[in-house]
Design a protein around this ligand. Structure first.
Ligand SMILES: [Zn+2]
Length: 183
């Protein structure tokens, strides 16, 4: 998926969509300064924060999917590792600190140009969380209280279902999956 870009980020001149010489796909090119604006996938880093048999969930206060539930996750920032991104999102959205992060799931979403990297982590304590700025509510829930029909994102729904299933079996495994849709 190529997003709509109107102006050159370098000089402000309108851009045109064309295949640069030596390339094989369309790019936004500036005819004034020759700047080529490449668009590449974004990384979303997130975490399933756990305490015992409970999982920390956040109710989104922002679009997209405002009012629906998810785990802390968001776009990785420049200068961050994926672990740092997952910790930061957990702190921002759920005011929680997580320990012992393990990468649990990678989800490719090639059509919308995103790659989800989802860790599992242990909360520092059972009360160590709060409602972050981007959340309407944050709660530590048993598996039976997970609002499966009110989950914000398909990839999180799918990852969490596998997580609770594997926890019952007593063994977690890392996986890479792909899907076309986000919710
Ligand atoms: Zn330009």
């Amino acid at each position: 998926m190529i997003g709509k870009i109107k102006f050159c980020t370098h000089c402000g001149h309108p851009v045109t969509l064309a295949i640069p010489r030596g390339d094989n796909r369309e790019r936004h090119i500036c005819e004034r300064c020759d700047f080529i604006q490449y668009q590449n996938p974004k990384i979303v880093s997130g975490c399933i924060p756990c305490w015992g048999n409970k999982i920390l969930l956040c109710k989104r206060a922002i679009e997209p999917r405002k009012g629906f539930w998810t785990v802390p996750a968001g776009y990785l920032e420049i200068g961050e590792t994926i672990e740092q991104g997952a910790r930061r999102e957990t702190l921002e959205e759920a005011c929680a600190v997580v320990e012992s992060l393990d990468l649990y799931q990678i989800y490719n979403l090639p059509k919308i140009g995103q790659v989800y990297m989802i860790f599992k982590g242990r909360l520092k304590g059972p009360d160590g969380f709060g409602i972050g700025e981007e959340s309407l509510d944050v709660k530590l829930v048993e598996e039976t209280d997970i609002p499966w029909d009110k989950m914000a994102f398909k990839v999180i729904h799918s990852t969490l279902s596998r997580f609770v299933e594997e926890r019952k079996q007593g063994e977690f495994s890392f996986r890479i999956d792909s899907t076309d849709y986000k919710w």
